[in-house]
Design a binder for this molecule. Structure first.
Ligand SMILES: Nc1ncnc2c1ncn2[C@@H]1O[C@H](COP(=O)(O)OP(=O)(O)OP(=O)(O)O)[C@@H](O)[C@H]1O
Ligand SMILES: [Mg+2]
Length: 252
């Protein structure tokens, strides 16, 4: 059984079919990348996996449970976490305060208890672990709004990890970043995957990130699966090269 089994999902917006009959299996421990030209349906597909959109058709099975009709916040409690294409953090709070919110929300979801001194200590310990894992320990007391784009993104990823997810969904984590920040973000993702054994589904436009990190790649084009395979197979795919020819993307 795969950790995530998406069976023929479709998403219609009126006349537009943004995602059409897309299936995907993600094994535990895999890093699966989803690529495709602008408007291919990648974010829409993520929105269905994470529960923000209800599929027009198809089923989604996560960790053995059919979650198609289960709301987004319950999927988080079941071990699914995501980040957004646009970073979502509290810029006026410090990194530690942002992580504290995420950790406390997680504990509240799971335990529904008032915080005792022991629990407060456990929260601080968990925050320290997340700071360390995310390479953010040196920035813990800085306001997130003052940090580089890359460190803001790391903060957001570590907030998602505060929920102890089995599956992490990352939507364009390197969007709008320069070379160094893109590289740092890729290193963080690699570490979470290799060292912490996280299962990750990643949407990304930066091909260096994709081809260095992914175990397998699914290519979407106009809402449908165009091709799927290892990075080497996708790099050699004629269909994929044709789909990308002529694509113009701002900022890359
Ligand atoms: N809520 C919505 N209502 C109507 N149309 C939508 C909605 N969300 C997305 N779309 C449309 O669905 C199609 C797929 O959009 P989506 O954002 O999933 O693409 P994407 O692959 O993530 O693109 P990008 O690379 O630009 O992020 C686009 O034509 C988009 O305009
Ligand atoms: Mg998108």
């Amino acid at each position: 059984m795969s950790l995530l089994e998406v069976r023929g999902v479709t998403q219609r917006f009126g006349e537009l079919v943004a995602v059409k009959d897309v299936s995907l299996d993600v094994e535990a421990g895999e890093l699966h990348a989803i690529i495709g030209p602008n408007g291919a349906g990648k974010t829409t597909f993520f929105n269905m996996i994470s529960g923000f959109y209800e599929p027009t058709a198809g089923r989604i099975v996560f960790d053995g449970t059919d979650v198609t009709d289960i709301p987004a916040h319950e999927r988080v409690a079941m071990g699914m976490a995501r980040t957004f294409q646009i970073t979502e953090v509290f810029p006026e709070l410090t990194v530690r305060q942002n992580l504290r919110i995420a950790v406390e929300v997680t504990r509240g979801l799971r335990l529904r208890l008032f915080s005792t001194r022991g629990q407060a200590a456990a929260t601080e310990q968990r925050i320290d672990e997340l700071l360390e894992m995310g390479g953010l320990a040196g920035n813990a007391e800085r306001h997130v709004g003052e940090l580089s784009h890359g460190d803001q993104r790391s903060t957001e990823i570590m907030m998602a990890l505060a929920t102890n997810p089995k599956l992490l969904l990352l939507d364009e984590p390197a969007a709008g970043m320069g070379h160094k920040e893109t590289y740092d973000t890729a290193l963080l993702i690699r570490r979470l995957h290799r060292k912490h054994k996280l299962t990750i589904v990643l949407v990304e436009h930066d091909m260096r990130v994709i081809f260095n990190l992914a175990d397998r790649i699914t290519v979407l084009a106009e809402g449908e699966v165009l091709d799927r395979g290892t990075p080497d197979e996708i790099a050699a795919s004629e269909k994929v090269q044709v789909a990308y020819l002529g694509e113009k993307r701002e900022g890359s």
